[in-house]
Design a protein around this ligand. Structure first.
Ligand SMILES: [Cu+2]
Length: 191
């Protein structure tokens, strides 16, 4: 009988060790130590047409004369990836605020990869399933985003730009003549 319980204990220990290894690995994937974002989709299922419509509406509301789109804090930013462009191709964010990108590919798998200061953001952008990525830029500047997943012949030229502006409301002293008048900002100051 004694040898049986030893055997049982050995089996239990062996199994626990086997279970712990994948759990460690999964923990590392779910909670990366590095700051920054890492996303693999897992968002809602959506058709390219539906997403294209959302992106078009978002751009219509937020686009500046230079073609860039100034995102509002607290509203999703829609970005469509297509061989070999991102639409919109330039977004403006305010430093120190958090934004959420919602991305979808209309064709093959792409990826969104950017280094902003000490933080890097990487996300796979897939067809049919929305990838959500939270961005919180710290420093003003212009950051180049590259497609990080080989997607065909134009892959090396597939860029996206994030312009990070000073946190205070630039809108008022912006020299561009056309302003996004008539649109509430939805920006809550204070806490
Ligand atoms: Cu690509």
């Amino acid at each position: 009988m004694k040898s049986h319980s030893y055997l049982l204990a050995a089996v239990v220990i062996a199994f626990s060790v086997l279970l712990i290894i994948p759990m460690w690995a999964a923990y590392g994937v779910m909670f990366p130590k590095e700051g920054g974002g890492h996303s693999h989709g897992g968002g809602e299922m959506v058709t390219a047409a539906e997403f294209e419509e959302k992106t078009a509406r978002f751009m219509k509301e937020r686009q500046l004369p230079d073609g860039s789109v100034r995102a509002a804090h607290g509203e999703p930013i829609y970005v469509m990836a297509t061989q070999y462009t991102f639409t919109p191709s330039t977004i403006r964010l305010a430093a120190g605020k958090q934004y959420e990108l919602q991305m979808l590919s209309t064709d093959v798998v792409h990826a969104f990869s950017v280094q902003m200061g000490n933080t890097s953001y990487n996300a796979v952008v897939m067809p049919k399933m929305v990838t959500a990525l939270k961005l919180k830029p710290a420093k003003p500047g212009k950051y180049l985003v590259v497609c990080n997943e080989y997607c065909g012949i134009g892959h090396d030229y597939m860029y996206f730009a994030v312009i990070v502006e000073e946190a205070e409301d630039k809108e008022h002293h912006e020299k561009s003549s056309v302003e996004t008048k008539g649109h509430e900002h939805g920006e809550q100051h204070g806490k």
